[in-house]
Design a protein around this ligand. Sequence first.
Ligand SMILES: Nc1ncnc2c1ncn2[C@@H]1O[C@H](COP(=O)(O)OP(=O)(O)OP(=O)(O)O)[C@@H](O)[C@H]1O
Length: 210
Amino acid sequence: MFKLEKVKYKDILDIDNLRIKENIVTCILGQSGSGKTTLLRLLNNLKSPDGGTVYYNDNDILDINPVNLRREVIMLSQNPVVFDGTIRENLNLALEFKEKERVSDDILNKYLEISNLNKSLDTNAKNLSGGEKQRLSLARVLLSDGEVYLLDEPSSSLDDETERFVIKSIVDFAKNNNKTVIMVTHSVKIAEEYGKDIIRINKGSVIDDR
Ligand SMILES: Nc1ncnc2c1ncn2[C@@H]1O[C@H](COP(=O)(O)OP(=O)(O)OP(=O)(O)O)[C@@H](O)[C@H]1O
């Protein structure tokens, strides 16, 4: 699905050859500052490489219209993005961006369940805790119906139990819907348990991918 060849980005990333497969969960592990977020941003062209090529489905990512690309390759950033309004309004934004019809509350609630956010759709999103905002962002991203989800530490501000539930839900969601998930995690345990492939990054280089 993705292929990186001789990709350089500033002095942050230097990746000779990397393949990321479709329809599986790939986890990215590496120390803080090793370049994990930068790698995700190359995959939806939020950043462009200074050298080398990133391919998405065999096309040079620079030749793909960025808006169309980001409708398919959807990023959940490390800091949750929450908009003014209720949880329902926040979720509906995902559908608007995809130019899709609104869906029933039952369906919206299903996505809150996947994200383990036990709140009414009428709740003002501004009043949610940090971890709840993170889960609302996750629900919105999953509802966006992309092909690929780039998840940057989707469970970083959650307690261990909630973290396991949320990660397992994401993995089940990906399996049931044939989606590709590329997930940065700080947890070796989570990567080994849920990542079909694991990419290990050290100081901007891939040291292992399998
Ligand atoms: N636009 C930029 N210009 C200069 N340096 C940058 C830029 N973006 C990131 N960096 C630096 O590149 C390095 C890698 O950053 P990145 O956010 O990719 O790391 P990370 O592995 O995701 O870290 P963390 O686990 O702490 O989130 C860091 O040293 C960061 O300060």
